[in-house]
Design a protein around this ligand. Structure first.
Ligand SMILES: Cc1cc2nc3c(=O)[nH]c(=O)nc-3n(C[C@H](O)[C@H](O)[C@H](O)COP(=O)(O)O)c2cc1C
Length: 262
């Protein structure tokens, strides 16, 4: 074979392709386990962050294990699913909102007029995260999600021991425009939620994200959150998704039950 020929070039190119593809697929397979673990830790980190349970030095998995108990609840009844009824999909480790919402057994369609979060389908069950001290609930952390302007936004809202006061709110997945709707991730905006009343004394849902700034002298000031300027559509989405999930189709049965149980 001559030193430089088309076939030699092709053989070298194919050889390089083969070596590269072996390297890439080996890396993908060998890193899969680590990526899964990282994803799992990231999920726990977000739950702890929403509940204000994380310090710089915290080991995420240990802190979660020590402070948080996870249940799966039936949204319609508000009851926790007994552990012996867990299945391969219906259990806290495997629970995936999108899979469950689309599953004919575990998910359901939402009638259009009730679908203020614009999610079309939802799981019939959801995981809930409880922080307890001496057997009494200190915080409940709940998954919430719904449409913003461009994306479905996935977040976590923490309620305090009265199950009315917001203790924390964060989004762990959203694709709104950075600087506009993406400001839902801004710590200063998220801090505005802390201390707001989600329900009144009679259990009526009162929390609302408004357009503009909250009038501090208004009687509603403690249940209203400032909207994001230049991002009214995302703001409306946040308001709708929070009100959907804290309302009758979401966690209301569960929270009412917990309040009744004292
Ligand atoms: C490129 C581009 C990206 C935008 N991204 C968002 C967004 O993520 N969220 C949002 O609510 N509005 C976004 N807007 C603005 C909306 O179209 C709309 O003007 C805005 O929500 C109105 O808010 P305002 O009433 O507070 O001004 C975007 C506009 C442009 C041109």
């Amino acid at each position: 074979m001559p030193h430089e020929s088309t076939s030699r070039t092709l053989i070298v190119a194919l050889g390089v392709c083969l070596v590269c593809s072996i390297l890439v697929s080996t890396a993908a397979v060998s890193l899969h386990g680590r990526q899964e673990t990282n994803r799992k830790v990231e999920k726990l980190r977000n739950i702890l962050a929403a509940g204000d349970l994380l310090t710089d030095k915290s080991n995420v998995e240990e802190t979660f294990k020590e402070k948080v108990q996870t249940y799966i609840i039936n949204l319609a009844t508000g009851e926790a699913v007994p552990k012996d009824k867990y299945t391969d999909k219906l259990n806290p480790d495997a629970f995936d909102i999108k899979t469950m919402a689309n599953d004919p057994k575990y998910g359901q369609a939402i009638p259009a007029k009730e679908d203020i979060a614009k999610i079309k389908r939802m799981p019939k069950y959801m995981p809930v995260y409880e922080v307890k001290k001496d057997g009494r609930i200190q915080k409940v952390i709940l998954l919430v999600y719904g449409k913003g302007l461009w994306s479905t936004m996935y977040g976590l809202i923490a309620l305090g021991k009265d199950l009315r006061t917001v203790e924390g709110f964060t989004f762990y997945e959203q694709g709104e425009t950075p600087g506009l709707g993406g400001e839902v991730d801004n710590p200063r905006w998220k801090a505005l939620w802390k201390g707001k009343q989600a329900y009144d004394k009679n259990g009526r849902l009162i929390i609302e994200v408004i357009k503009g700034k909250v009038d501090k002298s208004s009687p509603k000031a403690n249940s209203e959150v400032d909207g994001l300027s230049g991002a009214t559509l995302t703001t409306r989405g946040v308001n709708n998704l929070v009100r959907f999930w804290l309302g009758a189709d979401g966690y209301n049965s569960f929270l009412t039950k917990l309040r009744e149980e004292g």
